[in-house]
Each structure stands twice: as C-alpha cells, then as structure tokens.
Write a protein that binds this ligand. Structure first.
Ligand SMILES: [Zn+2]
Ligand SMILES: [Zn+2]
Length: 785
C-alpha cells in the first residue's frame, strides 16, 4: 500500500468531514431494527460564533455518541439551533443596528428570519468543524414551523389540562428589555449601595425607616413593625406622613418585620420585592405603583415624574437632606437581582401575564427528578435545591416580538379566550381575523412565549423532525450546569405534564472552560480564546483530546501544552501506523501456529484496556478511558512492544515469529484506533482507510464494531513475564543512557539463574531489543559493555 509521507491535519479533517456527510455516516436510520440511543442535543443559541466552552462540552457528548454508534446502536443525535427570544432579538438589533420596540412586529420578524438565514450556515459549520457526529442532514430551529407547532400544541394541551393561567399580578419585570421574565432568569449581583435612614413625621414624634430605595417613597403603602418591638408598641395603628410625598400610611404590627434589621421599622412599597408583593396582597392594600414599564417614575412621583430610577433616587435624597428628613447614610454591599440577559436590576410591576403552574406540583418535579440518573451525581442536589427554592409559577409571556406567538384571541365583547384549533397551528393570531361564538371580534394576543417554553420541548421537536412516534424517555440529555434551573427543569416539567414521564433516562452535565490561571473566560476580560485559531493551529482532534481531559461537571483550564500533547499523539499515531502497515504488506491474515510470549503479553494487556475503556464509556467516564488508551499507546505499545518486535519483522527469525508479530500488530493497531476513535475521529478514520476499511468492509471506523473484550486473550502468566522483561529492558536503557551511550550500543547481560525457566521464551526478543551480544545466566542481574 502507498502511504502519504505526512499527515496534514487541517486538510485531512475537512476531507473526512465532507466524506462523512457525503456517505451519510451519521444519518439517523429510522428503519433500523437496532436498539436506539437517543440524545437530546443542546441547541446552541445562535450568537454568530462558537466559543471555546462550546467546543469543550459538545466534544464530551460526542465521545458518548460515537461510542454508542460503534457499539452498533442506532444513535439518534439530532442538531438544532436555539434562535428565538431575547438573545436572538439582541443579536439582530446589534447586527442590523435597529431597535425592535421601534419597529412593527412583522417587520422585525422578517428582519430576524432574513438575518438568521444569512448567518446560520456558518454557525452550524463550526459544530461540524469540531467533528460532531450529529445528523446534520436535517436540523431544527426553535422558531421553525415544526417548533412553533410543537410549542403551541403544548400550550393548548396545558390550557385544556388547566395547567396554565393568565393573571394580572406583580411579576418580575426587566425595565431594560421591557418584558416580564421568570425567576430562573434572575442572577445575583453584588452591588454597593446606601442604607438611608429616613424620618417619617408622626404627631410630635417620628419613626425612622432604613431603605436602599428612597425612590419608592411615593409607592409606600404602610410600615411594618414587629409586635414584640418595644420601641414601637405605642404607635401601632397610628398614621404617618411619607416625607416629600405626604400620603398617609398606617403603622402595622407584623411578625415578619425583622427587629434586627435597620431600625426594625419596615417600609412596604408596591413593589420593592417579593416580600412587598405578598404583604400588599395579604393585607389587601391599595397598591401605589410609581414605576413605569420603561423604568421611569410616573405621576405619583409628582415633581420627579419622568426621571429614571437612578436620577430620581439622587434627587429625592437631595430633597430629603434639604428638608432634614435624611438622618444618616450607611454604605453597604448587598446582592441585587439582575436580569441574566442584560444585567439590569429588576423591578416588580403589575401586568397581565401567562403562567405555567409550578408551585403546586413541586413534589412531583422532585420525585421525577430523582428517577433520572444524573452524572455527576451531585448535580441532582442542584436540581432539587432549585425546585425547593422556587417561589413563583413560571411566567411564560414576554412583551417582545420574535418568539412563538400564543395561539389565542380575546373576545372584545364577552372577554372569552378563543383558542386556535389544533389543525390551525402553527399560527400567528395577528395574521388571522376570527369571531367569537357570541359574534364579537377576536383580538389577537400580542405577547410571545418565553424561549424556554419552546426549548423545553426539544425532545418532541427533534422526534417530530424525523416523524418518530413517541420514543420518550430519550436516553440522554447533555447540558451545562448553569441551565439546570431552566433547560433541565423546564423540560422535566413539560415531560411530566404531557407524558407523565421523565424526558430522558440520564443527564450528563459538563463543566466550564477556564483560562490558564483558572479564571473564567470572557471577551470583556480579554482572556477569551477563539476556537477558530486553536483549530487552525492544532486541529479538532487535538481540541477534543484536550476536552477529554476533564471529568463530567469538572471545569478545565485551557493550557496550550495539552493541545500540544494532542497534536503529538496524532503524529505518533500516524507514524507508528505507517511503520506497522508497511510491515503488513506481505501479511495475509494468517494466524500463527504458536504466539510468541511477548505478543500474548500485548494482547492480554490490550484486552484489559478494552474492558476498562468500555466500562468507563458506559459510565460516561471518557476522561478515564482517554488516559488508559493514551498511556497504553505511548508506553506499552510504542515505547516497548514496537521496539521489542522490530527484529522479528526485519531479520529472518522464522516464519512463525514474524506472523505472530504481524497478527498482533494488525489486531492491536485496529483496536487502538477504535478506542481512540470517539475522541479523535479524524486521524483514526484516516489510518483506518489505509488498511482496515477494506479488510472489515466498512465505510468508516465510526460505524465499525467497538472492540470486544475476549476472555480467551486473558493471560496472566504472559502479562507477568512480559512486565518483567519490560522492566529489564528499562534497566538496560537506563544503564546505557547513564553511561552516555547510544541505546544501540552492544552490551553483555547476565540474568539471575532462577529466572531461566520463566524467561526462556522471550530471550530472543529481549536480546534483540537490548542489542545484547550475549545473554548469560549467573548469580545476579548485570550489564556491561
Ligand atoms: Zn433585561
Ligand atoms: Zn364573545
């Protein structure tokens, strides 16, 4: 056979990616009778570019997919992109320099779709370039017709099951994005602020409250004090005037007031936080909302109307000071809730929103969550902690443009909700005129759904894409840990509500990529690394090799030396294979009459590696599998075995000795390639096609059979003797290098007499690899030149 002189990583990787696509190697075969292994692939958010964290986590799930494919399972590994909702709107606004709120909905939607079409192919290509083995022949988008239909169908079903409701209620609001958001989208941000001690006049006395939000004074509806607080016992139920704004509010005794915090007197506003929302509702107080949806103060704020929250705070504090209401200020650091998409501090505003019921079914979500196998195990407690801490039902309506529309209208006459019929979806109610049974006109719902309301249905969306009838639960959900509270949780909710079942049997959670110092990577920090540059320099096999270095859930530093090791391994595989395959030119697949002992040693060792790697990969421990095969290949196979048997290949030591080596080489190289294949799909495919593709009659190593553990190859005795020989060889090598001699320098070796019986069958190999002139048996082990 003719082998190329060198391996051009970039050319070869792109060649094989095209080959896999052309030969449909990863296409899902719906007619196959094989057992299905299905993966609920995370659809990356279409952000224009893949980042290093993607290459890391997607490589890890791909190792698992490739392993199961080689185990001859029918791997269902779809690919989609998440491209609706706020992140996409923000991307389009940035790319096209527009503001969605200033555009007509349809105009903005058209612009989004047009832009997505422009950038999507390049985006998906990045995933192909890292060697993902998804079925890229069909991909879904969370805003395509199939997804809108699936999502609207889910809504209609939940509506009929009485699991969604609409309610006018103070909910979490982002004044920057101008939409309601869900609890899962909140992040904690530490911020510096002032605790302002403000005096509220009361007859001849006063009561002081401490607040970080003086701009909410116009929204103050009452003051809470603890019934056990002696300071305030005799003013309970009295009324005080709110400074500057002069509305009269009552001092109410309430056990929830914390005597230790501030002055122990607490201002209740509509609405500073969830506590306020509950207090106002419980006591049935008239809310005074002073903040608009745009984040400005309204007419209740009097002269401060139209100021932003920040400016109003400043002005009000100034005036409080001028009028001697501000007693003192304390600098504090505290955590504030911000919107995860934009970082803006959130408000609580009353508005009409759609909610999916969550609170009343927490126990179910916990029980079902425990039925799923989480890897690593600790991730289950993250899930449980989240579910236990949920305080709100899931708000799914968004006052935005580019999302899945709610399939409904409101009757202008009788106020009834008119739902779209099942055969009408996908539908945008804005584009259809409809009449209520009472004769009134239907007014379309303008809100769109939270993007998670759709991406929580990825299992359904992917199965629908292939017209697969129910195959729930799927085998596996891979994802990152920061979206356990959103993607994992919401998918479990929907699966329970629709199928009364878990969505997948197992979940694997990947960690994050850190910079070389162990800090998180961010474009803003200037420490982010472009996957494209890494791919050009090292290729995707090296990148995957690096990604295989971290366990599931474990963060991994990006260290260039790991990429270098990956690249060296590729080159070593290529060169070792060339050497081996050249020596198989005259090999006709014969089995030797008798195996040489060192061959039995290698076959037995390799057999153990096959057993271990298989078990590791079954348990998602690809990093252990990687280090086993890496170690075996470099040390046992290249450094020792190949050196030991060279003599049998080149010098005439008999037909059987050569065939025994050739058999072992052919068998072990094939299995080494297969064990490496899930992690390094390109170089292994390249070498496989030099020789084995024809021999095994397979179009690709990736659909060839995974190596099987063979009990018969187990040979403890051969392993023991082989290990001993390898130790002796290492001593001889050390002796030569300590004496500053070449490894080829001839030596005389004396072995202990009592080892004769054991070592007699490996002496020829030992002699040649050590370049020994003579091997004698004597009292003890000795080497001399
Ligand atoms: Zn926001
Ligand atoms: Zn009506």
């Amino acid at each position: 056979m003719q082998l190329p002189t060198e391996y051009n990583i970039n050319e070869a990787e792109s060649k094989w990616q095209k080959y896999w696509e052309r030969e449909k190697i990863y296409n899902f075969d719906i007619n196959s009778k094989k057992q299905i292994f299905s993966i609920d692939t995370p659809p990356p958010t279409l952000s224009g570019k893949m980042h290093l964290g993607h290459t890391f986590s997607y490589s890890q799930e791909d190792f698992i997919a490739r392993f199961h494919r080689m185990k001859q399972e029918n791997v269902f590994y779809p690919f989609g992109t998440d491209d609706n909702g706020l992140p996409t709107e923000r991307l389009i606004e940035k790319l096209k320099n527009v503001k969605s709120v200033k555009m007509k909905r349809q105009e903005f939607i058209d612009l989004c779709n047009k832009t997505l079409n422009e950038i999507k192919n390049d985006f998906i290509n990045d995933w192909i370039k890292i060697g993902m083995s998804c079925d890229f022949s069909k991909t879904y988008s969370t805003i395509d017709k199939n997804s809108i239909k699936t999502s609207q169908k889910s809504f209609l079903e939940l509506y009929r099951k009485n699991l969604v409701y609409q309610r006018e209620y103070p909910s979490i609001w982002c004044v920057n994005c101008q939409t309601a958001i869900a609890q899962a989208e909140l992040e904690d941000k530490e911020s510096e602020s002032n605790f302002n001690y403000i005096k509220f006049p009361l007859d001849n006395a006063s009561i002081t409250i401490a607040t970080t939000r003086p701009e909410l004074l116009p929204a103050c509806v009452c003051i809470f004090v603890n019934p056990n607080d002696n300071r305030y016992k005799n003013i309970i139920n009295k009324k005080v005037k709110v400074p500057l704004f002069n509305q009269e509010v009552k001092i109410i005794s309430n056990e929830s007031a914390d005597m230790e915090k501030g002055t122990g007197a607490l201002m209740i506003c509509s609405y500073g936080d969830k506590y306020d929302v509950e207090a106002v509702n419980k006591l049935n107080l008239n809310p005074r909302v002073c903040i608009t949806k745009e984040g400005k103060l309204n007419e209740l704020a009097g002269k401060y109307q139209n100021l932003s929250i920040k400016d109003a705070r400043k002005e009000i504090l100034n005036d409080l000071q001028k009028n001697n209401f501000l007693i003192k200020q304390e600098k504090i650091k505290h955590n504030v809730n911000v919107h995860d998409k934009c970082g803006a501090e959130i408000e609580f505003l009353s508005s009409k929103q759609w909610f999916i019921k969550i609170i009343e079914n927490k126990k179910k979500f916990i029980d079902f969550g425990k039925k799923i196998k989480w890897h690593p195990k600790t991730m289950l407690s993250r899930y449980l902690n989240w579910v236990n801490g949920i305080q709100w039902d899931w708000c799914i309506s968004r006052q935005r443009h580019f999302g899945v529309p709610f399939p409904l209208w409101y009757c202008e006459k009788c106020n009834d909700i008119i739902l779209a019929k099942d055969d009408e979806i996908p539908i945008d109610p804005l584009n259809k005129k409809i009449k209520c049974s009472c004769g009134g006109n239907g007014i379309p719902e303008k809100d769109v759904m939270d993007t998670w309301a759709t991406s929580s249905l990825t299992t359904e969306i992917a199965l629908n894409l292939y017209n697969i009838k129910k195959n729930i639960p799927m085998s596996l959900r891979p994802q990152a840990h920061d979206i356990i509270r959103t993607w994992a949780f919401y998918t479990i909710v929907k699966s329970i509500y629709h199928n009364n079942n878990i969505p997948w049997k197992e979940v694997i959670i990947s960690g994050h990529v850190l910079d070389p110092k162990g800090e998180s990577m961010h474009k803003s920090k200037g420490n982010a690394i472009e996957p494209k540059e890494v791919l050009i320099k090292y290729g995707s096999d090296s990148l995957r090799f690096w990604a295989a270095g971290a366990k599931l859930g474990e963060d991994l530093r990006y260290l260039e030396k790991d990429l270098v090791t990956g690249k060296k391994t590729i080159i070593k595989l290529f060169n070792a294979s060339k050497l081996i395959l050249m020596n198989l030119n005259d090999y006709k697949n014969e089995t030797p009459e008798k195996f040489e002992l060192i061959d039995l040693w290698l076959l037995s060792k390799l057999n153990n590696i096959i057993k271990n790697c298989t078990e590791y990969l079954e348990n998602y421990e690809y990093s252990k599998a990687k280090s086993e095969i890496e170690n075996f290949f470099w040390n046992t196979f290249c450094d020792n075995y190949l050196e030991i048997i060279k003599d049998r290949l080149y010098n005439n030591r008999g037909e059987n000795a050569k065939i025994s080596a050739q058999y072992t080489l052919s068998y072990s190289l094939l299995n080494i390639l297969k064990l490496f294949a899930p992690i390094m799909p390109h170089i292994t495919e390249e070498i496989y096609h030099f020789y084995y593709s024809k021999k095994e009659d397979k179009k690709s190593i990736h659909i060839s059979n995974w190596p099987e553990y063979n009990k018969k190859l187990n040979n403890k005795k051969a392993e023991k003797i082989g290990d001993e020989i390898v130790n002796l060889i290492s001593e001889v090598r050390q002796f030569k290098s300590k004496s500053n001699k070449s490894l080829k320098e001839p030596v005389n070796i004396t072995l202990p007499k009592n080892k004769h019986q054991e070592l007699k069958h490996v002496l020829a190999d030992f002699k040649s690899v050590c370049n020994a002139k003579n091997i004698n048996f004597g009292e003890k082990f000795e080497i001399e030149f």
